[in-house]
Design a protein around this ligand. Structure first.
Ligand SMILES: Nc1nc2c(ncn2[C@@H]2O[C@H](COP(=O)(O)OP(=O)(O)OP(=O)(O)O)[C@@H](O)[C@H]2O)c(=O)[nH]1
Ligand SMILES: [Mg+2]
Length: 398
């Protein structure tokens, strides 16, 4: 950061910083990874959203907002969202035109889920829409979900019906497509085929993997963190878009990270002081990676790593911002959890968690997010950050 940048950052008022944060969050929230649901009325689109998010039918009903003339969107979670569902309406209207809905989806990572109720072979409207969507060449991830599988008790008949609809879709797409068979409402209140559905969705949209990673952790700290994870992903996404939105720039990243830390502290019923923050950063090591990303934004980390200054473009800086913000937040959660209980947590543990957290969201940062990114650069970023934390602790002083 040159002197001019430093001075202008200091002079930036709190109101200006809030304005930048608002701009970044608006951009982020209007470019969310999207699961687009297409299917006849009653096919099971809302049931699918409910099964994935765990939200009740009533909450989903309230959460939908009009989006285009033919679709409504449902953001998840409602506040600080990291994923959205696009629910197509009006398929049965004569001449459904998918143009507007395609536009919404082509802005960011997306997958189109075609929902067909088992045994309903009248899919003309859906197939017409699919042909239009396919020919736009804007949507590349498709998944077929056969719902209400158990409404056809005979297994062979079920298979035959599933095959028939699958074949119809393959013909409309002109290529093969993954299909899963589910039932969201068994007689005993359970579901069937959920794991297959989640696996298929995770393959298409990494955010689903992160959100739905099995909550089987026996560690109480990790379970507490699960509740806050989407919040962390939101702040990470907002800091990542900072460099994409004109007029914001990476100088906004430290402000966003600070807001995140304050927000997380509220959740743990605590507050940051200079001393506690210094203690956490000290525990992570005197590496420039963490210290700099908090103080000046990720670009400065990049700049001080040999070879990075010249080669890293905005996309990679954004990926770095995403991963670093997430990793700092994750470590802060563990730190606060144990501090609240007067329990010791070793520096090594915190450092290992920082790397693991950084690693765990790499694919997410480079694929789903609105800024895109190149996996090779991400891998380099991790290596570079790790190297800086371990071997170059004194490159930059506070
Ligand atoms: N048994 C069973 N019922 C299902 C399944 N999926 C949906 N249903 C039922 O089918 C009805 C319609 O499901 P929805 O999820 O509301 O369908 P939708 O596609 O959202 O319909 P619209 O909002 O009208 O477009 C509801 O009564 C659901 O409970 C399923 O897998 N099994
Ligand atoms: Mg519905």
């Amino acid at each position: 950061m040159n002197l001019f940048e430093k001075v202008s950052q200091i002079r930036r008022s709190a109101a200006e910083k809030d304005k930048l944060l608002n701009q970044a969050s608006l951009y982020h929230d209007s470019h969310l990874p999207t699961l687009w649901l297409l299917g006849k009325t009653g096919a099971g689109k809302s049931s699918l959203i409910q099964a994935i998010t765990g939200n009740t039918e009533a909450e989903i009903g309230k959460g939908f907002r009009p989006c285009t003339r033919t679709a409504r969107r449902f953001s998840f979670p409602k506040s600080k969202p990291v994923l959205q569902f696009l629910d197509t309406r009006g398929l049965s209207e004569a001449g459904y035109d998918a143009t507007e809905d395609i536009k919404i989806c082509s802005k960011q990572g997306h997958a189109l889920i075609v929902v067909m109720k088992m045994g309903d072979t009248e899919q003309g409207d859906v197939l017409r829409a699919i042909k239009q969507i396919k020919s736009s060449q804007k949507i590349s991830n498709f998944l077929l979900v056969h719902t209400a599988a158990h409404s056809i008790p005979d297994c062979q008949e079920r298979e035959r019906l599933a095959r028939y609809n699958h074949q119809q879709l393959v013909e409309a797409l002109g290529s093969d497509v993954t299909a899963v068979v589910v039932d969201f409402k068994l007689a005993d209140g359970g579901t069937d085929g959920m794991q297959d559905l989640l696996n298929a969705l995770s393959d298409m949209l990494p955010i689903v993997t992160v959100l739905l990673r099995k909550k089987q952790d026996s560690d109480a700290e990790a379970r507490t963190f699960q509740e806050l994870q989407t919040k962390l992903l939101w702040y990470s996404g907002v800091s990542a878009v900072s460099d994409i939105v004109p007029g914001i720039g990476l100088v906004a990243v430290p402000g966003i990270q600070w807001k995140m830390l304050s927000d997380l502290a509220d959740s743990y019923g605590t507050k940051w002081s200079k001393a506690t923050l210094a203690e956490l950063l000290g525990a992570l090591g005197a590496g420039i990676g963490v210290r700099y990303s908090l103080k000046f934004g990720t670009r400065q980390v990049v700049k001080f790593l040999p070879g990075w200054g010249q080669t890293v473009g905005a996309a990679s800086a954004a990926v770095m911002s995403f991963c670093t913000t997430y990793a700092i937040g994750r470590v802060a959660c563990k730190y606060m959890y144990h501090k609240n209980r007067d329990e010791d947590v070793s520096d090594e543990e915190l450092r290992a968690l920082f790397y693991a957290a950084f690693d765990s969201v790499q694919s997410l940062a480079s694929q789903d997010a609105p800024f895109g990114g190149e996996p090779d650069c991400v891998a380099q970023a991790v290596n570079a950050t790790s190297a800086s934390l371990e071997s170059e602790p004194n490159i930059v002083s506070d």
